[in-house]
Write a protein that binds this ligand. Structure first.
Ligand SMILES: C[S@@+](CC[C@H](N)C(=O)[O-])C[C@H]1O[C@@H](n2cnc3c(N)ncnc32)[C@H](O)[C@@H]1O
Length: 270
């Protein structure tokens, strides 16, 4: 193999196109401080994949600990060989990653449990989702919060494909990221979504990631959290600028605006 040839690695492309771990760390911290009036120290990152948020979490405070959970060894191995390697020895000691199903409670308990990037949508039935919510609640500290990130609005269920280009040194140039909303069934609320990438050399990698999701509503999630034993639930809604575009800042909100597409966090309070 030519020495300089850059191999396609879907996790490298995914992290650079989709993830902003420093934003999640900020959001989790702000929520906890607002709801609990103190600093959160322990994070469980559910569906952690390459566990970038866990790495960012331990960098953000010298006493913070992170615990990532995922079933798939492939993204976890990628994370160990990449993001994790950028941590210093002390930060590394404060990260633990396990290959475990999030539907079972952990012995260890946490201030914050976070499920990012709509991952909980893999649970298609109330029974499955409730099992996850109950397990998460049992894994929280007394004053812990459980937050799940979701997307919605007509723009999230319509058929559409959007693309963005990014230039990243590690990838060796400008590449294209495609978000492909392939189908949605209004009777079952099941949707098929995919991510494709085109490398700087023009090689297309279709369906690098495929998501077979149920699109849950905020109301369903809040009701199910209460049925799962949470004392209360709140919603953090993304603030928008004067053009109606999301600012990346999430605000405790009682009523949302009927945006074409939106992102929000539903928070279960223990
Ligand atoms: C969309 S990726 C999330 C990646 C990353 N956390 C993010 O925010 O972008 C979903 C991950 O959930 C994992 N997963 C699916 N079902 C799971 C389960 N029951 N328990 C733990 N992890 C699971 C998959 O292996 C996959 O890595």
């Amino acid at each position: 193999m030519a020495k300089n040839k850059k191999e396609f690695n879907k996790y490298l492309y995914y992290e650079n196109s989709v993830q902003t771990p420093e934003e999640h760390v900020k959001i989790y911290g702000n929520m906890f401080r607002e709801l609990r009036k103190k600093e959160p120290m322990s994070l469980r990152e559910d569906f952690c994949g390459t566990f970038l948020i866990s790495c960012e979490w331990v960098k953000s405070h010298k006493d913070r600990t992170a615990y990532g959970m995922d079933l798939d060894p492939e993204p976890v191995d990628y994370g160990k060989k990449n993001g994790f390697k950028t941590l210093n020895a002390n930060q590394k000691k404060r990260v633990k990653i396990v290959l475990q199903d999030v539907c079972y409670p952990t012995k260890q308990k946490f201030d914050v449990i976070g499920a990012g990037n709509f991952s909980f949508n893999i649970f298609k039935t109330r029974a499955e989702l409730k099992k996850y919510f109950v397990a998460a609640r049992k894994s929280l500290n007394k004053n812990g919060i459980f937050n799940i990130e979701l997307a919605g609005g007509p723009g999230f269920i319509g058929k559409m494909k959007e693309q963005k280009t990014y230039t990243v040194k590690e990838i060796g140039g400008r590449y294209t990221y495609y978000w492909d909303q392939q189908s949605f069934d209004p009777i079952t609320n099941h949707g098929m979504y995919a991510i494709h990438f085109k490398t700087p050399k023009g090689v297309m990698h279709k369906n690098a990631f495929v998501y077979d999701w149920r699109v849950w509503s905020i109301t369903e999630l809040r009701e199910l959290m209460m049925e799962s034993g949470f004392k209360d639930t709140v919603v953090y809604w993304e603030a928008s600028d004067k053009n109606g575009d999301g600012t990346g800042e999430y605000v405790l909100t009682k009523n949302g605006d009927n945006a074409h597409s939106w992102i929000a966090f539903v928070v279960g309070i223990n």
